[in-house]
Design a protein around this ligand. Structure first.
Ligand SMILES: Nc1nc2c(ncn2[C@@H]2O[C@H](COP(=O)(O)OP(=O)(O)OP(=O)(O)O)[C@@H](O)[C@H]2O)c(=O)[nH]1
Length: 376
């Protein structure tokens, strides 16, 4: 059985380490989880060969490898959830417990002492892991997350029950004793770590999907929605209007003479202007409003439940704020202005594209003078 666990651990470790090679930099923790599975496989292998290798290997080295596996597993989850700062305490605990274990072993202390040290290290490291998992917001809790949590808590319960059995039962006089809780713990831990690695792979896949979705729907420069995401969001808004809910306005904003900024100060300055324009727009709208970058220096703002008069006030506010606050580029103020066109969805509009087209025509009117707003 230990041999099966070792082979499964090796296979899992190899898969995770191979996945790490092509993982985007925002998905972390694969390296640690891969090595955790390998360390666990080595520990299982040493235990499997306990009748053929010196006791110092099958007991001492196997246990130290197990501590390394537990620590790397907790560290992998910590990095996955962006808590790399926990590496020191995690490995510190594993190292301290390894030293204590070695001393206990060298002193020839009874089996109880070793079981308590193992239980202690597992409870602390997996306690940290459980805490990290429970901190995740509902939106980030997928199937992989759920399986990891269940297995982590199960391992903690099994280890505690075994420590209790070793403290109370004279039957449990060896780590390989046939005491039911000892067997449950042995089998449980062997396969739990393997399945935990599998659950981690599931969590990584869920994260990949999230990363791809973000890439597909987010403008990488400003962090706003890109054109596709904006159009989708507004198509949903339009469908609500067709179901009889309140109407919406859409505004299209275009920076004036933006090419001149690029030409005079360089593309990086142009990018900086786009970023600060995006944050200015966000400062002028409410949480339910939708804003996206739909072209090079063209932005669109969806204003659900807003009348044309209120919409005009909002875009005037944006225009004035932009004109009044220059962008800081390497200590130099860069003056910018924006022209904005607005349109409100009417009963006759059968699609969002029609409303957007009218806002574009209003923008054309505003562009005649620049630093202006217009509605259609
Ligand atoms: N820095 C930067 N420039 C961009 C980006 N996308 C588009 N541009 C530039 O934006 C400029 C748009 O130029 P035009 O369409 O002539 O618009 P404009 O200069 O603002 O003129 P008006 O809109 O008529 O006032 C072009 O020079 C594009 O290269 C970007 O992501 N970053």
């Amino acid at each position: 059985m230990f041999m099966i666990a070792a082979l499964l651990g090796l296979a899992m470790g190899a898969i995770v380490l191979l996945m790490q090679r092509s993982a985007p930099s925002s998905v972390r923790g694969l390296l640690e989880t891969g090595w955790s599975a390998i360390a666990f496989a080595v520990a299982s292998l040493l235990i499997a060969l306990r009748d053929h290798v010196p006791e110092i290997l099958s007991f001492l080295l196997a246990n130290v490898m197990l501590y390394v596996a537990l620590a790397a597993n907790a560290h992998g989850v910590a990095r996955f959830y962006h808590r790399s700062d926990l590496a020191r305490p995690i490995y510190g605990i594993a190292l301290l417990c390894s030293v204590i274990y070695c001393i206990i072993y060298a002193l020839g202390a009874g089996i109880q002492g070793r079981v308590y040290v193992y239980t202690g290290v597992l409870l602390v490291l997996f306690g940290i892991k459980t805490w990290l998992l429970l901190r995740e917001t509902r939106g980030n809790r997928g199937i992989g997350w759920g399986i990891m949590l269940v297995l982590t808590v199960t391992m903690m319960l099994l280890a505690s029950a075994r420590a209790l059995a070793f403290a109370t039962s004279p039957v449990a006089d060896s780590v390989f004793s046939q005491h039911p809780i000892n067997i449950a713990h042995g089998v449980g831990s062997m396969f739990a770590l393997v399945f935990m690695t599998l659950a981690f792979i599931l969590a990584v896949n869920e994260r990949y999907r999230q990363v791809l979705q973000d890439l597909a729907y987010t403008d990488s420069l400003t962090g706003l929605m890109n054109r596709r995401a904006f159009m989708d969001a507004m198509a949903r808004e339009h469908a609500k209007v067709q179901r009889g809910q309140s109407s919406y306005c859409v505004a299209v904003a275009d920076l004036d003479h933006f090419k001149r900024i690029n030409d005079a100060l360089g593309h990086a300055a142009g990018d900086r202007v786009l970023e600060s324009f995006a944050s200015r727009v966000q400062a002028c709208i409410r949480p339910g409003d939708v804003v996206g970058r739909i072209g090079g220096e063209e932005f669109a703002i969806g204003l659900p439940g807003v009348s044309q008069a209120d919409g005009m006030q909002i875009i005037e506010r944006i225009r004035k704020l932009v004109a009044a606050t220059p962008v800081n580029w390497r200590g130099q103020p860069v003056m910018i202005t924006v022209s904005i066109g607005l349109s409100r969805c009417k009963d006759a509009d059968t699609s969002f594209e029609q409303v957007l087209l009218r806002a574009d025509q209003a923008l054309y009117d505003a562009k005649l003078t620049r630093d202006a707003t217009a509605a259609k």
